[in-house]
Unconditional design. Structure first.
Ligand code: ADE
Length: 240
């Protein structure tokens, strides 16, 4: 199996990169800033899988986050690597009113945008929300690994305006991130299945200042993400 991870921040990916000892393939995406790490994994059935981890890279001295960078990295990676499955993994905000907790790791069962307000008819509203499909095996995988599921909701800001919250609530969003639906958008165009693995760094309804809560919990949530991703990869590749 050819598995492609799309991860925004180095801090989210580092525990995972260290665990697998994936090697950076220098300048693979030049002149784009995305970074590729790759290794192969032996399965119990004798099959060898390829694990590629793509980071968005940096600009202005910080990791590129958000929909533009995620779309760019996903398209470049799918065109060059031809994955069987894209996994968008990273941190997210959760809602304690919906059972979220810090470092709780979810599998996405759907995805949407919450900050694209396009007035007009049903077609424009549908495009704005996105609601792209997720990999058909996501539910079975979550069941087998005993992982909770939730709907990824994507916007271009770490904070949340009241109009964002309204759209999130009206459409059942649960895992607030800045890349998921953008990755899924490209996957839908490229007919490539997508799986989400998301770990909670902050609770959008806790009353805490989001960036402070996110920063305080980033290492813990990324550690939990690594542990779950190892289980996901073992499951997908039948690792020995
Ligand atoms: N990533 C981690 N926490 C987030 C939040 N609250 N909103 C958007 N992206 C996030």
């Amino acid at each position: 199996m050819n598995i492609l991870y799309i991860i925004a921040m180095q801090a989210e990916a580092q525990p995972f990169i260290d665990h697998y000892g994936v090697q950076e393939v220098k300048d693979f995406f030049a002149p784009l800033p995305c970074k590729l790490y790759q290794t192969s994994i032996k399965g119990a059935n004798g099959e060898t899988s390829t694990l590629s981890v793509v980071l968005n890279g940096q600009q202005h001295g910080s990791d590129l986050v958000g929909c533009e960078a995620a779309s760019m990295a996903t398209l470049a990676a799918i065109e060059r690597l031809h994955p069987d499955l894209v996994i968008n993994s990273g941190t997210c905000g959760g809602f304690q009113s919906r059972g979220a907790d810090i470092a709780k790791v979810y599998i996405g069962n759907a995805c949407m945008f919450h900050d694209r307000r396009v007035p007009g008819d049903d077609q424009w509203g549908t495009q704005a929300l996105g609601n792209y499909p997720v990999w058909e095996g996501a539910e079975a995988l979550a069941g087998q690994l005993h992982l909770p599921m939730g709907k990824v909701t994507t916007g271009s800001s770490l904070d949340m305006q009241p109009c964002d919250l309204k759209i999130i609530q009206e459409n059942g969003g649960e895992l607030k991130d800045m890349e998921g639906a953008a990755v899924a958008f490209v996957c839908s165009l490229m007919a490539t299945p997508i799986l989400f693995v998301k770990s909670v760094t902050d609770l959008c309804d806790s009353g805490a200042e989001t960036f402070e809560e996110f920063s305080r919990n980033l290492a813990k949530a990324s550690q939990a993400l690594k542990e779950t991703n190892i289980r996901v990869i073992d499951h997908l590749t039948n690792a020995v």
